[in-house]
Each structure stands twice: as C-alpha cells, then as structure tokens.
Design a protein around this ligand. Structure first.
Ligand code: PLP
Length: 392
C-alpha cells in the first residue's frame, strides 16, 4: 500500500475540507453547544440562533441572490432528504411528474415509490452524452405536467444541464421545477430566483465543502405552501399547538437540527465566500482539462459523456477494455494510493443512458485541493493499467 493517498473521489464527497470547518464544529461542541430555540435566550442560546440564522442567510444568498428570504431555507441531513421532502410533500395520486434519464437514485427512488402510489412519471431521454435537450422537455410539458425535477449536473460523467434554456420552458408552462444541485452547489453559479425554481435542493458535503449530515432546500413561497411536511414534531415554536406550524422555516424542520454540522457548513460558506466560486471553478476546470486531455490519449479505454470541458464538471467515467472497473479501482488504490469510485454510482438510469449499464464505470473526480502532480500520477497509473491489460 503506498504511503500517500491521492483523493480523486470528490463527486462522492469533497475532501479535504477547509481547516476552518472542523475547527468550527469542535468550537460549537466544546464552547457553545446550546440547542436551537429550545432554551432561555441565554447568550449561548442566542449564539446558536445567530449561527443558524447566518447560515440560512448565506445559503439563501448563494442560491437565490440578495433578495431571497432566509426563512425559506429548510435544513436537512442531505439532498436525499431534501428531495424526499419536496417530492413526497407535493406529488399526489393522479398528478404527472417528469424527470431526466440522468438522475441519481435520490430523485428516481422517491419518484418510483410515488409512481407505485398513482403518480404518473415520464423519464425524459437524454443524449448519449447526458444532455437533456430543451425540445424533449418542451414536448413533455405540452402533454401536461405538475412538476419537473432535474439534476443540475450528472454525478456519473459531469454533464451540466442548460438551466438557462430549460428553466424558462417550465416557467412559461406554469410547471414547478425542482433542482438537485448536489454536484453543482459551490462550484457553478445557481440562480434559483432567475430560474424560478420551486425548490432548490442542496447537499452540504460536496462542492459546498461542509460536513456530511448537512443539506437543505431553498423554497419558493407558493410551492412551500402547497407541500405537506414529511416529518412533524417539536420546532421550539407554537408549542401551544398540537399541529405542525405552517410558517417557514418551522414547517419542514421538526426535531433538533444537526447544529455542529451547521456550524461547519457556516464556516465552509465563509471560506467559499472569501475564496470565490469563480476561483474554485477555474481551478477545477484546469485540473479537469489536464485529466480529460490525458485520458483521451490513452489507448484501451472508453470515456463516457462530453469529450471536452464545455458544459461539464471534472467528473469522468471510463472503462478499460477487458478490465473490470471494480478491479481497476482496487489496483489504483493498492498500487498508487489513488482513490476513485467504480460501479453504478447510485445512478443506474444514467449508466443506461451513457451505455455503461450494467457494468458501471470507474469514476475519477478531482477537486479544488488536488495538485497537477496528482493528475499526472493518475494518468500514468491509468495508462499503466491499460498497457498491462492483455485484452487491449
Ligand atoms: C446528483 C446527486 N444527487 C443526489 C445525491 C445524493 O447526495 P446525498 O448523499 O448528500 O444526499 C448525489 C450524491 O452523490 C448526487 O451526486
């Protein structure tokens, strides 16, 4: 086993995190630690309220711009929970929903459950590169829909959907659009207000560089008001009532939130603000370009998705001719200390679209903290595996 490891699995979760994240989490647990809205308005109570409110404000501004209302931010454990709250809170038997053929199971599994309960579901086909064409969406909208839910970018091959063209189609048809920003939050500009998103669902532990166990939703008022909460219980407010409050943020936030996680998320949002999303995007794009152009030159491998850096994130899926991608991932880890992810990436429908089902693919996803040397090492390692492959 090599002494050093090289983490190229940032599409699963980003690592390392900025140092301030762990420090803020430890500082919360060790020094403050008060619950949210469930104390006596002591300094410690107010400190927690201030921390959570500031985090709401930063999320609202990041996804919705300066006019977005921080009360419309719901915190959840991750984007999977966020999507479940939104989809199960809105869709009822007899309604019609559409999604794309590039979705993660965080979207597809709740939709399939709802389909079994009488919601009708259209899975709109994407191109072989994973792009949803506006014409495909327009055709589906014409048939009549109640909701569209899309991933902003693929966690398998990095293809980014063109929201500037897709979102206005939903707005013009008066159909609610829900966006899964798991792969793009903190990496690409997201304009929940301009795109008229009904719900912008996010996860804290990927591009936002925060801890696992954080995520949430930025709601549009009219959509939030027609969704039922998935979980009901104590909110620290309206305690004289036995029914769930209907005001935001309380409506969708029953139970004690992940406060150490939110302390860490707030620190990472501050760090993102200081560093700048443009800087992060530029750096990731440079590393991605180097990796992509190098991979394209290696014989004996198949690359999936877009063949350039246009409209894509640095998330690359590939297969070796004749070498199982699980075996390749193990070899990369054991011989070079390179951490990747093989298999189906919780997105079987995306692999079907790309032509890599059922075997899946090896996914390599560099992040902001990787170095050029690590990309070179990865290219050397992939090239060596391909050369050693007796079938190539
Ligand atoms: C596009 C997409 N959606 C949803 C998820 C689920 O994220 P989480 O596990 O944080 O809920 C992921 C994670 O890989 C993803 O990439």
């Amino acid at each position: 086993m090599p002494a050093r490891s090289h983490y190229l699995n940032n599409a699963a979760t980003t690592w390392p995190k900025p140092e301030c994240v762990a420090k803020a989490m430890a500082a919360f647990l060790e020094g403050r630690g008060a619950n949210l809205a469930r104390g006596s308005a002591s300094r410690r109570d107010l400190g927690t309220l201030d921390m959570v409110t500031t985090c709401r404000m930063k999320i609202a501004a990041l996804f919705g711009g300066p006019d977005a209302d921080p009360r419309n931010v719901t915190f959840t454990a991750n984007v999977t929970e966020a999507l479940n709250i939104v989809l199960k809170g809105f869709l009822k038997p007899g309604m019609r929903a559409a999604t794309s053929s590039m979705e993660h199971n965080a979207v597809m599994r709740p939709l399939r459950r709802l389909e079994g309960e009488g919601v009708s579901l259209a899975v709109m086909p994407c191109t072989r590169e994973g792009t949803l064409e506006p014409d495909t969406l327009a055709r589906e909208l014409k048939k009549g829909l109640d909701l569209v839910v899309l991933s902003h970018a693929s966690n398998v091959c990095g293809t980014v959907q063109d929201l500037d063209r897709l979102a206005p189609l939903c707005a013009a048809a008066g159909v609610f659009l829900v966006l899964d920003t798991a792969q793009t939050g903190g990496v690409l500009p997201i304009d929940a207000t301009g795109w008229n998103l009904a719900a912008c669902c996010f996860t804290g532990h990927k591009g936002l560089l925060g801890p696992q166990g954080t995520g949430g939703i930025l709601w549009r008022d009219d959509f939030a008001s027609v969704c039922r909460p998935l979980i009901e219980g104590g909110t620290g407010s309206f305690s004289h009532e036995e029914v769930q409050p209907s005001v935001l943020p309380d409506k969708f936030e029953a139970g004690t939130p992940n406060l150490p996680g939110l302390a860490g998320l707030l620190a990472s949002l501050d760090w993102l603000g200081e560093t700048g999303i443009d800087t992060i995007r530029k750096r990731e794009d440079e590393l991605g370009r180097k990796l992509l152009f190098g991979l394209r030159d290696i014989p004996g491998i198949t690359l999936y998705g877009i063949g350039t850096m246009e409209n894509r994130l640095p998330v690359f899926a590939l297969n070796f001719d004749g070498v199982d991608n699980g075996r390749a991932a193990l070899e990369l880890a054991d011989r070079w200390g390179i951490e990747t992810r093989p298999g189906l990436h919780c997105a079987p429908v995306a692999h079907r679209t790309l032509g890599s089902f059922p075997q899946g693919a090896l996914r390599i996803s560099p992040g902001f903290f990787n170095t050029e040397e690590e990309i070179e090492l990865c290219l050397e390692a992939v090239s060596t595996l391909s050369r050693e492959n007796p079938h190539s």
